[in-house]
Write a protein that binds this ligand. Structure first.
Ligand SMILES: [Zn+2]
Length: 239
């Protein structure tokens, strides 16, 4: 994850604003700053390797989400979106392919040709519909909650950034499609991961709201986009 440091920070422990992450002493030594409110280090994740930060995200540590959302500048929006789309298109195709195999036997080459000629464009459109719906619903909900709670300067860019971070669980759809496409348990576990990371991200963004608000926002945005994707997929397949 390639990211740069920025200049307005948040303490990852208590979530309040901090002036800086590092403090430079007169003798030239630089150390991590302590939060003036809670006394903890403002952001110890700054010194951690990207893999360790990702593991902390997997463990759903709210400090790791605050670190990514507030103390780093996310610079790879397009790359992450592209990766999510490829993952979703491929996993959707695996489920369609399994369904079609019941109708007729196909060799691997026939499946690949079938995918490229009949389904790639259709699944791309379906996935785009899903993403656009989820973004619009989440933007409207988060913006209205933020305004109600006094966050008038919450930018659209920040909300989109949080949405991208919150969807990293989609990458596990690829692993499920490759290794366990017959097992709906792993598919459901991947969907649960997407939901829980979404809740954690919204909790950080809507820190003045309750966890229930983050859960309801996640459920509505994910369920709406899932329904749109299902309807679009059914429409294209039945053409
Ligand atoms: Zn603090």
């Amino acid at each position: 994850m390639q990211m740069e440091m920025k200049d307005n920070f948040v303490c990852v422990e208590c979530g309040r604003k901090a002036k800086s992450i590092f403090k430079r002493y007169e003798n030239g030594i630089t150390k991590l700053s302590r939060c003036v409110y809670c006394g903890h280090l403002v952001d110890e994740y700054t010194e951690l390797d990207g893999v360790l930060v990702f593991l902390n995200l997997l463990l759903h540590k709210i400090q790791a989400f605050r670190h990514l959302i507030y103390n780093r500048t996310f610079t790879n929006h397009k790359k992450w979106l592209f990766l999510y789309m490829l993952t979703d298109i491929y996993s959707k195709w695996c489920f369609i392919s399994k369904w079609r195999c019941k109708e007729k036997e196909q060799s691997e080459m026939e499946k690949w040709n079938d995918f490229m000629t009949n389904y790639f464009l259709m699944l791309t459109i379906v996935t785009l519909c899903e993403y656009i719906t989820q973004t619009i619903v989440a933007l409207c909900l988060i913006k209205s909650i933020a305004v109600k709670n006094g966050y008038h300067n919450l930018s659209m860019e920040k909300i989109v950034q949080v949405l991208i971070i919150s969807q990293y669980g989609r990458l596990f759809n690829m692993a499920v499609a490759i290794w366990s496409s017959d097992d709906y348990l792993f598919f459901m576990l991947a969907q649960c991961l997407i939901f829980t990371t979404s809740v954690q991200s919204f909790r950080v963004l809507l820190s003045r709201s309750s966890m229930l608000v983050s859960m309801v926002t996640s459920v509505i945005s994910l369920a709406t986009s899932f329904l749109v994707a299902m309807v679009a997929q059914y429409h294209f397949i039945s053409l």
